[in-house]
Design a protein around this ligand. Structure first.
Ligand code: TEU
Length: 554
């Protein structure tokens, strides 16, 4: 059976403005990504997904695009993108772009024309509605970023829909001309050599009356979009799909639907949502994580999951689900192990390979992200929380946490800007950079070293890539997350104690392929130390230490 290339690879998610700044202006850029390709290759990465780098007023850090065919000068030029694709190819790395097709910027010429000439060609490119008889919004829909989802245009004397910021008007996918434009843009980038796309909030494109997302025409729109792509069958389409469960994900990625190849689900990032939702964080429960893993793996059996721990919209995972103080190394590696060895394609967010953690947010003025800033204001102004309490909630979850510059070394600005650069990074580097950086993690016992081992193990082991997933059931209050990956002649057991305590686990015989404690016994024992994880080969003939397991060729 020939498998699509992404079943056997690991994707690295780059947040361009914070990755590496080659020209010293304080913003990461495409030449910076080119410089770091050898680093990514060494880590074991087979593809990169870059957040949007297209022309944009940057109201939402590039998720507001004003020209989909042009690279924003902040990041470089179109020629830089060509060079990046070519250079990545030489390193055996494929390039995925982030298509923001649910909405554009309000400064996109399509929107400007749509607003000023309702009867013209672009009149119907966006979602316009008359005011209700009393002059108010057409309905109650709310923007993800707070407030009404409708904004009044004095020019057109109508409301337009924006499910995100008012500077991000929603495109009207019901209009075939819009769909044709978007398809042409995708083909433009495919012709330049990209391998696929991450599609921003793609399940929002078809509006429904009740829930206003995941509307009835979603699958039709995406199948049509794919059919119009050059080499459509080989292009990887990863849909970002907030709010859907695995059942719907299975329908969206069903191999027969000809729609998406994978989706990005969010339930594993809701484990710490309290009664007030995202901005009301509570401790997470292991049982919820186990159940969610089992549920998603089971429902996506016919399809193919993506596996990720965090992204640019989330706080840092080691601060969130790990222990960033006493067990930073152990918890970062245990979480990576237990997530990335599931069935699916791992998508590793930049900085997680060195256990980057949240920043100390002492004041509301440190929050520059539009969503987190709005959330803070809403908690104070509408929910009546004290500024201290609002800040306490927002600081742990703010998107800013995951967006600080990559920590390359102990040099000035964490080596994010080149030596001698006078501009400071667009966002201050995390003050822990002198100790926690890429250069410092070049030996056994560091997170980066471990992640490289982990990815190599996955790459070399067909059971870990293609084997079936089977959760090991644990008592409800157990902090252990464990599962087996199974194939005809091999089983691999993945076990992690995701807590600060010591817990028992009933191991059978097996040999250790990987562990985050250097002295994990080769013979099985029943105790797991704080955040200890082990990967064991079971039922195999003769296996030794790391990476010596018999590898079956596909
Ligand atoms: O995010 C989609 C989205 O819904 C986020 O707002 C997310 O739900 C929230 O931050 C926390 O869960 C995508 C992009 O990844 C994000 O950066 C953009 O701001 C957003 O779309 C609008 O394009």
């Amino acid at each position: 059976m020939t498998r699509p290339w992404w079943h056997d690879t690991v994707i690295y998610h780059i947040y361009p403005r914070s990755f590496y700044d080659a020209n010293g202006d304080g913003y990461g850029d495409l030449p910076g990504i080119i410089e770091k390709l050898p680093y990514l290759r060494d880590l074991g990465i087979g593809a990169i997904w870059m957040g949007p780098v297209f022309s944009s007023p940057q109201v939402d850090n590039g998720y507001d695009v004003s020209d989909y065919r042009r690279i924003d000068p902040l990041f470089g030029t179109n020629a830089d993108m060509d060079r990046l694709i070519e250079s990545a190819d030489r390193h055996g790395i494929r390039v995925l772009l982030d298509l923001v097709f649910n909405h554009s910027s309000d400064r996109h010429p399509w929107f400007e024309a749509s607003r000023s000439r309702p009867a013209g060609k672009y009149g119907d490119y966006y979602i316009w509605r008359d005011a209700a008889p009393d002059g108010s919004e057409p309905n109650e829909w709310r923007s993800v970023f707070g407030g009404s989802a409708w904004d009044w245009s004095e020019d057109r004397h109508q409301f337009y829909l924006h499910l995100f910021a008012r500077e991000q008007p929603d495109l009207n996918w019901e209009n075939p001309a819009v769909r044709a434009e978007l398809r042409d843009i995708a083909n433009y980038w495919l012709d330049r050599g990209v391998a696929g796309f991450r599609m921003d909030v793609i399940n929002f494109i078809s509006k429904s009356a009740d829930d206003y997302i995941d509307g009835p025409r979603f699958l039709e729109f995406i199948a049509e979009f794919r059919a119009g792509l050059r080499n459509g069958g080989e292009v990887l389409l990863v849909g970002e799909t907030p709010g859907i469960n695995a059942e719907r994900a299975a329908a969206y990625t069903d191999p027969d639907a000809g729609a998406l190849d994978m989706v990005l689900l969010f339930d594993h990032l809701r484990l710490d949502h309290g009664p007030g939702g995202r901005w009301d964080p509570v401790p997470w429960r292991h049982e919820d994580l186990r159940r969610n893993m089992e549920y998603e793996q089971r429902l996506l059996k016919r399809a193919w999951p993506s596996i990720y721990l965090s992204n640019h919209d989330q706080p840092r995972i080691v601060s969130r689900y790990g222990n960033e103080q006493e067990y930073r190394y152990e918890s970062a590696t245990a979480l990576a192990t237990v997530f990335y060895l599931q069935r699916g394609t791992p998508i590793l967010y930049q900085g997680d390979e060195i256990a980057m953690r949240n920043i100390p947010i002492e004041e509301a003025t440190q929050i520059v992200d539009i969503e987190s800033g709005n959330a803070y204001r809403e908690l104070v102004q509408e929910k009546g929380l004290s500024p201290e309490e609002a800040l306490r909630r927002v600081r742990r979850i703010a998107r800013d946490n995951g967006r600080t510059p990559m920590q390359w070394s102990g040099a000035d600005n964490a080596g994010f800007t080149p030596r001698g650069a006078t501009a400071s990074p667009w966002y201050p580097v995390n003050p822990d950079y002198p100790e926690w950086n890429v250069a410092a993690q070049d030996e056994s016992g560091t997170v980066r070293w471990y992640i490289r081992e982990l990815l190599a193990l996955r790459r070399d082991d067909v059971t870990l890539r293609h084997g079936e997933f089977e959760l090991v059931h644990e008592p409800e209050d157990s902090p252990v997350v464990a599962y087996r990956r199974r194939r005809v002649n091999g089983t691999v057991l993945v076990v992690a104690n995701l807590s600060d305590g010591v817990v028992g686990f009933p191991f059978t015989n097996g040999s250790i392929l990987l562990s985050n404690y250097s002295d994990s016994p080769v013979e099985s024992t029943s105790l797991l130390r704080p955040w200890e994880c082990r990967v064991l080969a079971e039922n195999l003939h003769r296996v030794g230490g790391i990476h010596t397991m018999t590898v079956e060729k596909t």
